[in-house]
Design a protein around this ligand. Sequence first.
Ligand SMILES: Cc1ncc(COP(=O)(O)O)c(C=O)c1O
Length: 484
Amino acid sequence: MFNDFKPEEGRPVYIQLKEYLKRLITNGHLPEHTKLPSTREMSELAGVSRNTVLASYGELEQEGLVYPVKGKGHFVGKVTTEKSPEASLDWEKKLNDDVRIACDMDLMKHGVRWEKGMIAFNSIAPDEKLFDVENVKRAFLNRMAIEGQVVLNYGYAKGYKPLIDLLFHYMEVKGVDLTGKDILMTNGFTEGLDIVLSALCKKSGRIICENPTHQSALKLFRLHGYVVHGIPMEEDGVSIEQLKEALSQSDYDLAYFIPSYHNPTGIVTSSEKRMAVMNLFSHYDIPIIEDGFNEELRYSGSHFSPLLAIAGQGNNVVYISSFSKILFPGLRVGWILADRYLIEQLESVKRARTIHTSTLDQALLYQYMHDGYFEKYLKKAKAVYKRKYECAWAACQKYIPYKRLTGDGGLHLFVELEDGVDARTLLRQCYAKGVVFSPGDVFYTNGGGKNTFRLGFSRLSEAEIRLGIQRIGDTLKNMLEART
Ligand SMILES: Cc1ncc(COP(=O)(O)O)c(C=O)c1O
């Protein structure tokens, strides 16, 4: 005994020895009143210094696990090691239907498995090779030097004030009229949406949105018990005719739109359509959730105002966004910008659910933006993503016999194949050739989109993009030939 103690490198050895002995005591291997080896003996057995043993015994004593006897050494104290009769719950029976929905729609569990060496088009996460870690470190150290004690303590449910003020400015520059509005900080876009959904009355139980749409939003809508009605996407945004018709025929509790670099189609809703949407909704008592997640990733073309800006001083748009696609999704920071009264109520919901968003994350993001690193990074990232976007677009045109190709910028393109061509069959064949992508049906509200797929290119090199798309195209051509 004791000579099997093997400390790992990099952690204080006295803590590891304490934990080793604690485990032996709590497991009952060292019963009450057992004498521990003297510090000299233990130092030889465990291969550590006597001071290390002394420090470990001191810690064990403090925790009441051993007691000293003058002149005799250390003895094991009273520790309950008896176990109760073993319970065996059937957790499957304890879980509710929400869990089943979350599991069924969990793409991480049911999506295609990525294996090392594959060309994976299924991610739209930012390319971590671009992250300017040095400036993030600088920003972190700066903020910690200024108010380390503050950011490590509890913060406010509403969020970190300096970041809120910075975001007010950021949104004002986008043309948003801030009169009567306020901000609530959240754990990314996703928590923002969840909070809003949990706060709204469910009357009709119906949500209207673009079809296809963001799969995580669809998941949350279903988890909150909503029936989702999708309106088809046209080249320049949602079909206004069909939106009009749907609104005139049924009641809806809310609408959800992604006007810029829509996920999954990559379409940017035109100015005319943005205006048409807002004109239409001014006749209805329906809140609009605007997802502003990708707005910065425009590579060409003119500026588009968010729906929130078009709403002016109107209060029907709840704008939710984050920098997850532009900056660092590991910092779980997003925000809701909406009517002041609504935000005041949501603040209490936020407090009840998670107390507040990590102040450390918010403070780091604030300092990074405040110090001007954001603009610099954005410029660099956009130049790289633009090249990848152009490369992916050109490769799709060259290699893939598609019916429709969309994507006005951002980090992905969306491919629609001829009717009847199954993207999942194509995916299975591509998988065997080391290429994966996201089948489009997971984004559809009505089981459609079997002939579509999304190509996320952000984390691939231009060579991988070209090669991967060529392989998809070749596989598809073989598949089509085999059908004829
Ligand atoms: C449409 C859409 N909105 C928002 C987000 C960002 O979510 P979060 O901020 O929770 O990471 C994503 C990420 O993929 C997205 O696709």
